[in-house]
Design a protein around this ligand. Structure first.
Ligand SMILES: NC(=O)c1ccc[n+]([C@@H]2O[C@H](COP(=O)([O-])OP(=O)(O)OC[C@H]3O[C@@H](n4cnc5c(N)ncnc54)[C@H](O)[C@@H]3O)[C@@H](O)[C@H]2O)c1
Length: 287
């Protein structure tokens, strides 16, 4: 593999899955988190995800065991000086990411690559806190990383071309496809979906039709895989809201990205979607 020793920072929703796909491709991976509880949760999650991943990829019992032995866990501060690639998947806060990047940058050999899995933050801004922004890029995995076989490779303002190329080769080795995208707020996927969600919210607030009907029309008539309301419920309205706000800020308050009042009210009411049992729809399978 292009990167043999990898450190993933952040053992949350994304970090565990990213760890698994990297180890699956043959890399030695250390998954680090500031919180020991997060590491414990990730260890459990990885046990279960490894079963599904092995089935999906038709891995033998031995191969599946080998993937497991390539993964190590670490909580607290971690010396990552031996890593060829760092994938940062920590909390979506610019100052927290910048602090981690400058710490990593200080201990990592120049040939190593530092990537962020950020959804919405600027790779260029994160890289600005490092001595060598040429080796910083974005690897925007989609959720869940074990299932979605596409990664946006984000080229920051100063990212070196060979860093982009090495990342593309690596994504290929994970059995995934990559697309190169310039560093813009929300990259392609969030930039295109925010106005889509917003327009659906306007249809709802103007009383054109109810949420189920709008979803049905866009699914069956519009050819979309899922309707906007079921998608927002799935993503979680809190997560949806923070992504929308990041684009609203990032595009200097352009009206197409303006956060809709319906979302704010629902968050205040604790209706966050599938995870709380209630969003635009009700979910009886959630306790
Ligand atoms: N959740 C998604 O669907 C999704 C999809 C694509 C990209 N992303 C991006 O991936 C990144 C992680 O998102 P997530 O949903 O997995 O977050 P999360 O909140 O589930 O997990 C973040 C983890 O980072 C840890 N952490 C925070 N600061 C740290 C530090 N300084 N050092 C080490 N660990 C630290 C926290 O303890 C936590 O366990 C974000 O940048 C997000 O934008 C998320």
């Amino acid at each position: 593999v292009t990167f043999e020793r990898i450190t993933v920072f952040g053992a949350g929703t994304m970090g565990a899955g990213i760890t698994l796909v990297c180890a699956g491709a043959g890399a030695q991976v250390t998954l680090c988190d500031a919180s020991p509880e997060a590491i414990k949760r990730a260890q459990k999650l990885l046990e279960n995800e490894l079963k599904d991943y092995s089935e999906l990829r038709n891995l033998s019992r031995e191969d599946s065991q080998a993937v497991k032995t390539r993964i190590q866990f670490q909580s607290g501060l971690f010396d990552c000086a031996e890593s060829d690639l760092i994938v940062e998947a920590i909390t979506e806060k610019l100052d927290v990411k910048q602090e981690l990047f400058s710490r990593i940058d200080a201990q990592l050999p120049l040939a190593s690559v530092i990537a962020s899995a950020t959804n919405t933050l600027s790779i260029t801004t994160i890289a600005a806190k490092t001595r060598f922004p040429e080796r910083v890029c974005g690897l925007h995995f989609f959720h869940p990383p074990t299932e979605v076989d596409l990664v946006e490779v984000i080229r920051g303002q100063r990212t070196a071309e060979d860093v982009v190329e090495r990342c593309r080769s690596f994504i290929g080795e994970l059995g995934k496809e990559s697309v190169i995208v310039s560093d813009t707020p929300g990259f392609v996927v969030h930039r295109c979906t925010r106005p889509f969600f917003n327009e659906a919210l306007r249809c709802l607030s103007e009383g054109l039709a109810d949420a189920a009907a709008i979803d049905k029309i866009l699914r069956e008539g519009g050819g979309f895989k899922a309707g906007p309301f079921e998608q927002m419920d799935q993503i979680g309205l809190d997560v949806h809201s923070s992504i929308t706000r990041a684009l609203w800020e990032g595009y200097a308050h352009e009206s197409r990205f303006r956060p809709h009042l319906i979302i704010r009210r629902m968050i205040e009411a604790g209706q966050l979607g599938r995870k709380t049992g209630r969003g635009f729809f009700e979910y009886r399978d959630v306790e």
